[in-house]
Design a protein. Structure first.
Ligand code: FAD
Length: 407
C-alpha cells in the first residue's frame, strides 16, 4: 500500500494527557487524527496521579508556578485554558472537583474517571487511538517526496504519513507508568536543542549515615527553602532522606543531575513560631530545653534534633539557666536547619521530568516548531515543569489544547 494515499492530518505520538487533549480538539475541528502509544491503555500517568485521586488543576494557575529556561513561554497556552474552562470540560460530564489543600483541585470520582473523560472525548470526536504501538521512527519528507505529507511515523505495526505530528511522549520520569526518553531522542534527531532532563518532584536522599533515618514515617508541617524557591508544606522523613510535598517541591530547584545535588536546602521545623521569643518569654523557667521542644515537635524528632542540631548538652539544661545567646542558637538551629542532599530517588520515583525540549524554537501560541512546519510538542516532553499541586496535568492539557486548536 502506498502510504501517501492515506495521509493523516495529525499523528499524535503518546496518548497521555497532552496527546489525548490535542487529539480530541483536532478531531473535533474535523482533522483526521491517529494517536499512537506503546502502552496497553491510554493515560497511565493520569491513572496514578494524585495517589489515584488526580489533582487535575489548581485555582492559582499562572506562570510563576512553572520552572523553565524560557519562563514566559507557558503563559499563552495557560491563558488559553483557565482553571474554570478546564474544569467545565469534566464537570459537564458529571465529574466533581474538591479543593483539598489551598487550591489543589482533586477529582471526587478518582483518576480513572478523569482518564475516561479524556479518552471518550477523543474517541467521540473521531480520533483513532492505537495502543501497543512503540514509536520507532519519525522522519521528515522533503516536499518533493511527500507531497502534502510532511512526516512519516514508524511503529512495528504500521508506517503512517501525516501532515502534522505532535510529540507528546512525556519524559523519563516514572518509567513504571510507561514513561520513556523517546520524545527527547526524537527532538534531538530532528535537530532541536534539549535542556538536560533531571528527575523532579522526587524524594531527596541524604547519603549513608542519615542520622534521622529512624524517624521514617514521621511527617510535620515545615517551611522549606532552596535558593529563591520557598514552600510551606508537609515534610516526611524516610529511611534514606526526605519526602512529602515539601521535599518534592524543592527537588526541582535543588538538583542539577540525577546523582548530584546542586544546592543546600534550608528547613524551618517550626514555621510561624518565633522559638527565640517563646523561650525568652516562657514562665516555665525550670523546664528542660528538650522537654520544651518536645511540646512543639514530634517527640522523637525533638530528641534527635537535640543530639544532632543543637550544641552538645544544651537539651539537658533548664531553659531559665541557658544564656540568651545559646537560646538564640537553639532557635536558629531549628528554624534554619541546613541540609546538603546527596541526590534523589531518581527517575523511578520522580513524578515529573524537569528540563526537556527547549521551548525557544517553538511558538508559544501553537507549540509548533518555527523552523519545521507541522512539528508540534506538548506536555512534559517540553522544558516546562510545574510545581506540585495540579500544575503539571494542567500544563499537559493546556499545551495539548493549544496544538489541537492550531493544526
Ligand atoms: C505518581 C505520579 C503522580 C502524579 N500526580 C499528579 C497530580 O496529581 N497532578 C498533576 O498535575 N500531575 C501529576 N503528575 C504528573 C503528570 O501525571 C504528568 O506531568 C502528565 O501526565 C504528563 O502528561 P504528558 O501527556 O505530557 O506525558 P505522559 O502522561 O507521560 O504521556 C506520554 C505517553 O507516551 C507514551 N510513550 C512513551 N514512550 C513511548 C514510545 N516510545 N512509543 C509510544 N508511546 C510512548 C506513554 O505510554 C504515555 O502514555 C504525577 C506523576 C506521577 C508519576
Amino acid at each position: 500500500m502506498n502510504i501517501l494515499n492515506h495521509v493523516v492530518d495529525l499523528c499524535v505520538l503518546g496518548a497521555g494527557a497532552a496527546g489525548l487533549m490535542a487529539g480530541a480538539e483536532a478531531a473535533r475541528r474535523g482533522r483526521t487524527v491517529v494517536l499512537l502509544d506503546h502502552g496497553p491503555r491510554v493515560g497511565r500517568k493520569v491513572l496514578i496521579s494524585g495517589g489515584g485521586r488526580c489533582n487535575l488543576t489548581n485555582v492559582r494557575i499562572s506562570a510563576e508556578h512553572y520552572l523553565s529556561d524560557n519562563p514566559h513561554f507557558c503563559k499563552s497556552a495557560l491563558a488559553g485554558l483557565g482553571t474554570a474552562d478546564l474544569l467545565e470540560r469534566f464537570t459537564s460530564r458529571g465529574l466533581e472537583f474538591v479543593d483539598e489543600d489551598r487550591g489543589k483541585l482533586f477529582c471526587r470520582q478518582g483518576a480513572g474517571a478523569v482518564a475516561k473523560v479524556l479518552e471518550d472525548s477523543c474517541r467521540e470526536a473521531g480520533a483513532d487511538i492505537r495502543l501497543s504501538r512503540p514509536v520507532t521512527g519519525l522522519k521528515r519528507f522533503s516536499s518533493a517526496e511527500g507531497g502534502e505529507a510532511r512526516f512519516v511515523v514508524d511503529t512495528p505495526r504500521e508506517t503512517l504519513a501525516c501532515r502534522s505530528v505532535l510529540v507528546a511522549l512525556g519524559g523519563p520520569a516514572w518509567p513504571g507508568a510507561g514513561a520513556s526518553s523517546r520524545g527527547l531522542d526524537l527532538a534531538r534527531e530532528l535537530g532541536l536543542p534539549v535542556i538536560p532532563p533531571r528527575p523532579a518532584l522526587v524524594p531527596l536522599t541524604m547519603g549513608a549515615n542519615w542520622p534521622f533515618a529512624e524517624l521514617a514515617g514521621i511527617a510535620l508541617p515545615v517551611r522549606i527553602t532552596c535558593g529563591q524557591a520557598s514552600f510551606q508544606e508537609a515534610l516526611l522523613f524516610t529511611h534514606r532522606g526526605l519526602s512529602g510535598p515539601a521535599a518534592l517541591q524543592v527537588s526541582a530547584h535543588a538538583v542539577p543531575g540525577q546523582d548530584q545535588m546542586g544546592r543546600e536546602v534550608v528547613v524551618d521545623l517550626l514555621p510561624g513560631t518565633d522559638l527565640a521569643a517563646l523561650l525568652a518569654d516562657t514562665k516555665d523557667r525550670k523546664v528542660l530545653l528538650k522537654n520544651f521542644l518536645a511540646r512543639l515537635l514530634p517527640q522523637r524528632l525533638a530528641q534527635l534534633a537535640m543530639e544532632h542540631l543543637l550544641p552538645p548538652g544544651l537539651g539537658a539544661r533548664r531553659v531559665g539557666e541557658i544564656g540568651a545567646k545559646d537560646l538564640r542558637l537553639a532557635a536558629q538551629a531549628l528554624s534554619a536547619w541546613t541540609l546538603a542532599p546527596s541526590g534523589t530517588e531518581g527517575w523511578a520515583k520522580a513524578e515529573v521530568t524537569a528540563g526537556g525540549v527547549d521551548t525557544r524554537p517553538l511558538s508559544s501560541r501553537t507549540m509548533e516548531c518555527k523552523a519545521i512546519p507541522g512539528l508540534y510538542f506538548a506536555g512534559e516532553v517540553l522544558d516546562v515543569t510545574g510545581q506540585l499541586g495540579g500544575y503539571n496535568l494542567h500544563w499537559a492539557l493546556a499545551s495539548g489544547l493549544a496544538c489541537g486548536r492550531a493544526v
